[in-house]
Ligand binder design. Structure first.
Ligand code: DIR
Ligand code: MN
Ligand code: MN
Length: 304
């Protein structure tokens, strides 16, 4: 199986600068070699070009209600990324998107959901369910799931609203930081949310198995979105919005191995993004290395 690596060095969706260097840092951490060792064929398609924040106005184009910084630029980048992801799938290859901040997942999901009913497993400390109306930060990296579901102002943005994603096919794993208004949205929704408490009680592999059941039920494939702030910041410090109490190194590997085991059995995973690695905040490229290692686990790397 050919895995097409698509770099999306986007930093317009988050406040902390430096996340645009994520794709370079993950490549430097030998992602391609690790994927080859996992038994897949990596092909690097390079990076999308992304405007610099300094040359743009974050408020240039805003929804009639609420705030979504650099919305025009996010639309441009995600539209191009969606095309790249869709073309990769048409060519029979697997799209692996390297962020960049999590706003790139809007493009990944949109592209992957053009020709398939798409579920998603969301490995993240955060719910990423804010809309421009509810967001306390105005940062689009806190909104990608709301965008894909066409919630709030995203309902009028066909570039964001993924064509074939239903909320009952989305499962979170590892939540521990949810904004007040996001919590209301989540409670009212039909999404499945496994928090850190569920992992404590039931163990990672059981939780991920259930999340995969949710995301595969009635869909044609699953998008796996891996936000590195999901991992505990003592292990993965190079992220813009660290939240203590995250998953351990071993739990993280167990989770992605569970994904790959299901994929080997049923060919369920359709697309993946690996996001929020910020080399400026990292300690010795440790977070990028963990990102590369976890991606290798997702594609079948095993100890024996
Ligand atoms: C926060 C942070 N909920 C926001 N979100 C992050 O800005 O909407 N998501 N960091 O990964
Ligand atoms: Mn996120
Ligand atoms: Mn996060």
């Amino acid at each position: 199986k050919t895995v097409r690596i698509i770099g999306a060095p986007m930093d317009l969706g988050a406040d902390r600068r430096g996340v645009d260097m994520g794709p370079s840092a993950i490549r430097y951490a030998e992602l391609a070699d690790r994927l080859s060792d996992s038994g897949v064929d990596p092909v690097d398609a390079g990076d999308l070009s992304i405007p610099r924040a300094e040359e743009r106005d974050p408020d240039a184009s805003q929804p009639s209600e609420g705030t979504a910084k650099f919305l025009r630029e996010v639309e441009d980048v995600c539209t191009r990324l969606s095309d790249r992801v869709a073309a990769t799938l048409e060519d029979g290859e697997f799209p692996l998107v390297l962020g960049g901040d999590h706003s790139v997942a809007i493009g990944s999901m949109h592209g992957a959901a053009r020709a398939a009913d798409l579920g998603a497993v969301w490995f993240d400390a955060h719910a990423d369910l804010n809309t421009p109306e509810t967001s306390p930060s105005g940062n689009v990296h806190g909104m990608p799931l709301a965008a894909a579901l066409g919630r709030g102002a995203f309902g009028e943005m066909p570039w964001a609203h993924a064509p074939r994603v239903r909320e009952e096919s989305i499962a979170y794993v590892g939540l521990r930081s949810i904004d007040d208004r996001e919590r209301e949205l989540l409670r009212e929704s039909e999404m499945t949310a496994y928090t850190m408490a569920d992992i404590d009680e039931r163990g990672m592999t059981a939780v991920v198995a259930d999340a995969l059941d949710v995301a595969t039920d009635g869909t044609d494939g699953v998008h796996v979105s891996l936000d590195l702030d999901w991992v505990d910041p003592r292990t993965a410090p190079g992220v813009g919005t660290p939240v203590r109490g995250g998953v351990t190194y071993r739990e993280a590997h167990a989770a992605l191995e569970t994904v790959s085991e299901r994929h080997e059995a049923d060919d369920v995973v359709r697309s993946m993004d690996v996001v929020e690695v910020n080399p400026i905040l990292d300690e010795g490229n440790e977070t990028a290395t963990i990102a590369a290692e976890l991606t290798a686990s997702a594609f079948g790397k095993r100890i024996l």
